[in-house]
Design a binder for this molecule. Structure first.
Ligand SMILES: *[C@@H]1O[C@H](CO)[C@@H](O)[C@H](O)[C@H]1NC(C)=O
Ligand SMILES: *[C@@H]1O[C@H](CO)[C@@H](O)[C@H](O)[C@H]1NC(C)=O
Ligand SMILES: *[C@@H]1O[C@H](CO)[C@@H](O)[C@H](O)[C@H]1NC(C)=O
Length: 347
């Protein structure tokens, strides 16, 4: 960026009058800090239609929507196809709060990651509890069929958090679910389970005994399609700075290009039209290359102005000076544009 400003001091002033290079790309390639790639899209028509109903970008916040609520997406692991969400109603080592639970819609293109551990907190242990009444002649609550006995230490660690110990309930009211599928409905209905809150995490962060550092939230896996292959049309689209989307009655693939144009292939055409010089150069040459062109154009114009035709009147002379100034200004604008592009590419 420094180079752009040092081009000519005038540029600084001229930037104000320059139309800003506003991107009219409807499908954003970032939502806040999160990069957006297939199958996710910022809004309707972007990404994959199966995911669009569930994941949206709203005011720079990517959100997963299910029938139980709205959940901020905290991270996306594109290589392992996992999205991480947080649940604002969830209890963690730092705070406990009542929750209604969490559920995925039955038709949502997500499934629970095996790393998830859900801990139901403050559950009723009387005979009406669906968790603990598995066997009527057994009054030993830790033998409840729904709870993972191997997970019992997780309850003890959570109970070492002051926020959770403040629930002031016996540890037997804590039930660990893992591995998790939340039953056929993918639903953890805490009201039905007679628990007041829950906690969920997907990593111990290597410190099993330190619940303060666990990664609270929910990890969800996703698949692109039944064969789980990244559509090749989308690979080239994204490589050319496009965003994958869909349109029409059949939700057919479109590539939404930085200029706002939609194509059925990719955005390389834009690159070749708008930035022809850039195609002639290797990436490390781009800045220098643009500067060379810039300087050469200046020299050319300067030369042309040094061999003016003879003026017959002072009016013609004035016109010539005016057009000379115009030429200088358009070269300046053009210089600014190509060097700015160079900076764009190398960033
Ligand atoms: C390009 O596609 C997007 C997503 O389908 C749509 O919202 C937008 O209106 C289209 N733009 C043009 C210029 O057709
Ligand atoms: C639980 O079982 C023990 C014997 O194993 C029995 O003495 C006790 O009364 C039972 N408690 C309840 C609440 O049923
Ligand atoms: C209750 O279950 C735990 C864990 O399975 C076991 O260690 C304990 O002995 C049981 N208590 C009774 C009274 O059956």
């Amino acid at each position: 960026m420094k180079q752009t400003h040092s081009c000519i001091p005038l540029l600084h002033f001229m930037m104000i009058s320059l139309p800003l290079l506003v991107s009219s790309q409807i499908c954003q390639r970032f939502c806040g800090q999160l990069p957006l790639k297939y199958p996710f899209g910022s809004s309707s028509g972007c990404g994959d239609p199966r995911f669009q109903n569930y994941v949206n970008c709203n005011r720079d916040k990517l959100t997963l929507t299910t029938h139980t609520g709205y959940y901020p997406v905290t991270d996306i692991d594109y290589s392992n196809q996992v999205i991480y969400i947080s649940d604002p109603s969830m209890s963690t080592c730092a705070c406990t709060q009542p929750s209604k639970g969490f559920g995925l819609n039955w038709d949502a293109p997500f499934s629970f990651h095996d790393d998830n551990v859900f801990t139901l907190l403050d559950c009723s242990i009387d005979s009406s509890s669906p968790i603990y009444n598995g066997n009527n002649n057994n009054n030993n609550s830790s033998a409840a069929p729904l709870c993972d006995k191997k997970g019992a230490p997780i309850c003890s660690f959570l109970y070492s958090c002051s926020a959770i110990s403040m629930l002031n309930r016996p540890i037997s009211t804590c039930c660990v679910y893992t591995p998790v599928d939340l039953g056929p409905a993918f639903n953890m209905d805490l009201k039905k389970l007679q628990c007041s809150s829950y906690s969920g995490f997907y990593s111990f962060s290597g410190q099993e005994a330190n619940p303060e550092n666990w990664k609270y939230g929910i990890a969800l896996k996703y698949k692109f399609n039944v064969y789980n292959d990244y559509p090749s049309s989308c690979v080239t689209c994204e490589r050319s700075n496009g965003a994958c989307g869909y349109a029409g009655d059949y939700n057919s693939f479109i590539c939404n290009c930085p200029s706002g144009v939609n194509t059925t292939t990719d955005c390389y055409f834009e690159t070749s039209f708008n930035n022809a010089p850039r195609l002639l150069q290797l990436p490390w040459q781009q800045k220098t290359g643009n500067w060379l062109i810039c300087i050469m154009a200046w020299i050319l114009i300067w030369q042309l102005n040094n061999f003016p035709p003879r003026e017959s009147s002072s009016k013609k002379k004035r016109d010539r000076i005016e057009s000379k100034n115009k030429n200088f200004i358009s070269i300046l604008l053009w210089c600014f544009k190509i060097t700015r592009h160079g900076v764009h590419i190398t960033l």
